[in-house]
Design a protein around this ligand. Structure first.
Ligand code: SF4
Length: 465
């Protein structure tokens, strides 16, 4: 019987069926960070348990680390306490920690792939819902809560229910100025923020086939924003080329054998799906969110919904954002521009943003910052001189971390500020101010908005003086 990758990986990692219908699933890789692990370790200590597989557990600091001065102790007591706890727990249990002095620290979903920890056909967990990012490699990767972090630490397995699989094909070609971020915002916009509930999303089609691993990670990253617990792309030569030579990747003959295995784990032709969706890539435009969830988006040359039924989510969103029904999104003034996060804080994202910014100045009323997803991204960008392009334009160039994606550190909005952001969530208060407003878009669109001081169509950017 032809099978999906999801089914193959699930079955090979199933330890046993539990009486409640769930599966005890073996976890191949557990990534941890400073924010969702302390209570899990405390619970382990209280019960006198040890970590089952420290060699399959890897830690980094990302959520709360400051991106300006990273001198220890941190000025923020909470950041210092959480970081110290992670260091202590990793030492106590023999877990490798990629800290600020490691040279490879960064956002957990950026460094896993960079280090070659993320590999096809694995099961991967982390106490962060954007763990779906790792599905770009053909892994079954999903976020977990703190009590599940405890369970995985203690048993290297988890009680979970299988998902249905929805195949999403993006066909044809994307127009110039349209990016992976626009594709996933369009998918979420069309299927809804709860449309993926109960599903794993399998992404494919010509557009996905041609995408780089960075772009596939952007797509899979936001699966959770569409209600799907996880999303994945079948592994192919693009995947293998990315993995080869990375620090934790198999080498020599072992790598060749691994590739053979990974190929077999891809969904078979003729595999049955619980649902199928086809989207014509040529219909996708640069996309911007206007509301308070990532499904409330519109093409940059479009208008906000005209009707606002009292009490509806659209009504709530328009009121919160202070926008008028039916107004164009282009021309909305911004106060802050943020390029970064595990969605769009990779080198290719910074290159696209720098390409737009080069030779321009950030609008005088805009505060703009670039926060690389990892120390490796930062270093690579500096080697290419991207930091200078950003600095000359008036962007702040920061240390690696989650930063303004969720504003657990000092990088936050003030009051009613409007932020053009390359991150993944535009919930109320997400960027630190309870009344702050987030417009999600691609890094190139953020860069263009920073220069123009308002939302603009990056497709018309070339040759702008
Ligand atoms: S960048 Fe944002 S979404 Fe990604 S891991 Fe950090 S907090 Fe989570």
């Amino acid at each position: 019987m032809p099978q999906t990758l999801f089914r193959k990986v699930w079955d090979r990692h199933a330890v046993r069926q539990l009486p409640n219908g769930q599966t005890q699933l073996y976890i191949g890789l557990h990534l941890i960070h400073e924010v969702t692990s302390p209570q899990a370790f405390d619970e382990l200590a209280r019960r006198g348990w040890s970590v089952a597989s420290p060699e399959r557990t890897f830690a980094t600091v990302d959520h709360i680390v400051p991106t300006l001065s990273q001198v220890r102790p941190f000025a923020d007591g909470m950041a210092e306490t959480m970081t110290t706890a992670l260091e202590r727990n990793c030492r106590a249990h023999g877990i490798p920690l990629f800290d600020l002095s490691s040279g490879v620290q960064g956002i957990v979903h950026v460094i896993g792939p960079e280090l070659g920890l993320t590999q096809p056909a694995m099961t991967i967990c982390c106490g962060d819902s954007h763990t779906s990012t790792h599905g770009a490699f053909g892994a079954i990767a999903f976020g977990i809560g703190t009590s599940q972090v405890r369970d995985v630490l203690a048993s290297q397995s988890l009680a979970v229910s299988p998902s249905k699989v929805r195949r999403i094909d993006v066909t044809g070609r994307l127009a110039k100025g349209v990016y992976a971020k626009d594709v996933i915002l369009t998918i979420i916009g069309r299927l809804g923020v709860h449309g993926g509930a109960g599903y794993a999303y399998e992404y494919g089609g010509d557009v996905l086939d041609r995408m780089s691993m960075d772009e596939r990670m952007t797509i899979c990253n936001m699966s959770i924003e569409g209600g799907a617990r996880l999303g994945y792309v079948n592994p192919d030569q693009t995947t293998f080329d990315y993995v080869q030579g990375r620090r934790f990747a198999p080498t020599g003959d072992a790598f060749d054998r691994a590739c053979q295995w990974w190929r077999q784990m891809a969904s078979d032709p003729g595999a049955a799906y619980d649902d199928r969706v086809v989207i014509d890539g040529a219909t996708i435009a640069p996309t911007v969110t206007w509301g308070i969830n990532p499904g409330q988006s519109v093409a940059v040359d479009g208008r906000l919904p005209a009707a606002r039924e009292a009490g509806s989510t659209a009504d709530e969103a328009l009121s919160f954002m202070g926008f008028d029904a039916g107004q164009p999104i282009a021309g909305v003034k911004i106060d802050v521009a943020f390029v970064g996060s595990c969605t769009n804080g990779r080198l290719s994202d910074l290159r696209e943003a720098a390409r737009v910014v080069r030779g321009h100045r950030v609008a005088s009323h805009v505060r703009a910052l670039v926060v690389p997803g990892s120390q490796a991204v930062r270093l690579a960008a500096e080697r290419e001189g991207l930091n200078e392009v950003f600095a000359e334009a008036g962007f702040e160039w920061r240390g690696a971390g989650c930063s303004m994606c969720l504003a657990m550190n000092p990088d936050r909005l003030n009051g009613r500020e409007v932020c053009a952001s390359s991150s993944n969530r535009n919930f109320k208060g997400r960027q630190g101010s309870p009344t702050g407003r987030t417009l999600l878009m691609s890094p190139a669109m953020v860069a263009a908005a920073a220069i123009a001081g308002e939302v603009v169509d990056v497709r018309g950017w070339e040759g702008r003086s």
